[in-house]
Ligand binder design. Structure first.
Ligand SMILES: [Zn+2]
Length: 148
């Protein structure tokens, strides 16, 4: 089936409000590039972007492109909507994805293509970009096949 997937959650749930610290991250998302803030002094990765390094307090921070691959660190499946707009989308998952090439970083996201009963801790995933409305590009994740 080559149908275009609809957004995982309602489009109006996601309203970005970037500031000077997070703007670069969202700009990279709009290019479909998952870039994580990294300290150029000590190499520490951190997310979401902050003004200073959480490890060495340096101000020398830059965005480092990643592969977008990772694993499910943990997740929940929501059965009771926290907002009426989410009611038709039950059950939905909220996952923490640990990125392969940004040690220590875990992104709050959703796994978009997997039934709730099949999501597992440690499941390999890769970024799956969603643009619920023009200009808003969100990093969500889908299951990734691993051939070893
Ligand atoms: Zn640092």
């Amino acid at each position: 089936m080559a149908t275009k997937a609809s957004p995982y959650l309602p489009a109006d749930i996601a309203h970005l409000n970037p500031d000077e610290i997070t703007q670069g991250y969202w700009d990279s998302c709009s290019r479909r590039e998952l870039a994580i803030q990294r300290c150029t002094a000590c190499g520490h990765f951190q997310h979401p972007p902050k003004q200073i390094c959480g490890s060495c307090r340096a101000f020398d921070l830059a965005l480092a492109p990643t592969s977008g691959r990772g694993k499910v660190f943990t997740f929940i499946v929501v059965h009771h909507p926290v907002h009426p707009a989410l009611g038709p989308h039950l059950p939905y998952n909220v996952a923490l994805v640990e990125l392969e090439d940004a040690p220590g970083v875990r992104i709050v996201t959703n796994v978009v293509d997997t039934p709730p009963e099949e999501i597992q801790i440690g499941m390999p995933v890769e970024v799956a970009w969603e643009e619920p409305h023009p200009g808003t590009v969100l990093p969500r994740f889908r299951r990734r096949e691993v051939n070893e």
